[in-house]
Ligand binder design. Structure first.
Ligand code: DGL
Length: 260
């Protein structure tokens, strides 16, 4: 019996935020991280192109010994999750902006959902908001450029500050109580974002919920306690050192800043 990996997929480095948390919560599991870094970003491309790119990436992942796939990408989930679940006979866990926990908090003030352009224009997001009867309770703001900043490992800079200031210029924060980080790339900026919003705003993400769902869907790794990591970039295996700076950044941050 071979050791099987949990496959974690994203367009780029965003899914490492999910991987990092999953390694903390499931230390006995092996993970295969697949980034389609030749084609990142996804969120500003046409839907049909993302469908094709995700199909190609998942086909590549299926050549590896994996027991489940997490689409650690809200954008890929919104266009491909339903179809992939029909085509493949293994658990496929998607991610969607955490609107539900935000709405269930019961605070009458609104929530601002930050995500990619594609996630916010897709029907999956609109149906999610409608199903929660939350049309009046949530507003959406695409922040596509944060994906580029994350890919550049630029988590603090005058340009980034300018981008955040301009993006939030029209927001009446008194009307809001929370911000949903609806793109995995955005988790890197939680600390930075908190400097640009008033202190009553809290951040919500779907990472822990997704990992909880994942662990209910899989058989636990029976091969002991050490966790392996294998990384592929658009089909090519690479040394884990490539992703290490991002995991180090998240390590430092999680020791200073509690994840929500
Ligand atoms: N990290 C992805 C998400 O959660 C996609 C970002 C992108 O490639 O535009 O939506």
């Amino acid at each position: 019996m071979t050791e099987r990996y949990i496959g974690v997929f994203d367009s780029g480095v965003g899914g490492l935020t999910l991987l990092h948390r999953a390694q903390e919560l499931m230390p006995h599991e092996h993970f295969l991280y697949y980034a389609d870094s030749a084609n990142v970003p996804y969120g500003n491309k046409p839907t049909v192109e993302i469908e094709r790119l995700v199909d190609e990436a998942i086909n590549e992942m299926m050549k590896q010994p994996i027991k489940a796939i997490v689409l650690a990408c809200n954008t890929a989930t919104s266009v491909s999750a339903a179809r992939l679940r029909v085509n493949y006979d293994l658990p496929i866990i998607g991610m969607e902006p955490a609107v539900k926990p935000a709405v269930l908090e019961g605070d009458p003030r609104k929530t601002l959902v930050l995500a990619t352009e594609l996630t916010l224009r897709e029907s999956k997001y609109k149906e999610l908001v409608k199903s929660l009867n939350a049309e009046e309770k949530v507003d959406a703001l695409p922040m596509q450029k944060l994906v580029d900043y994350a890919e550049e490992y630029e988590f603090e800079s005058p340009e980034l500050s300018r981008y955040l200031r301009t993006s939030f210029a029209g927001i009446q924060w008194d009307d809001y109580k929370s911000v949903v980080l609806g793109c995995t790339h955005f988790l890197y900026f939680k600390e930075m974002l908190s400097k640009f919003v008033p202190s009553h705003i809290h951040f919500i993400d779907g990472h822990d919920g997704t990992i909880n769902h994942l662990s209910n869907q899989i058989a636990r790794n029976p091969f002991g306690t050490t966790s392996k990591l294998k990384c592929l970039l658009s089909g090519h295996e690479v040394a884990n050192e490539i992703v290490q700076p991002y995991l180090n950044f998240l390590n430092q941050r999680s020791s200073r800043f509690a994840t929500s």
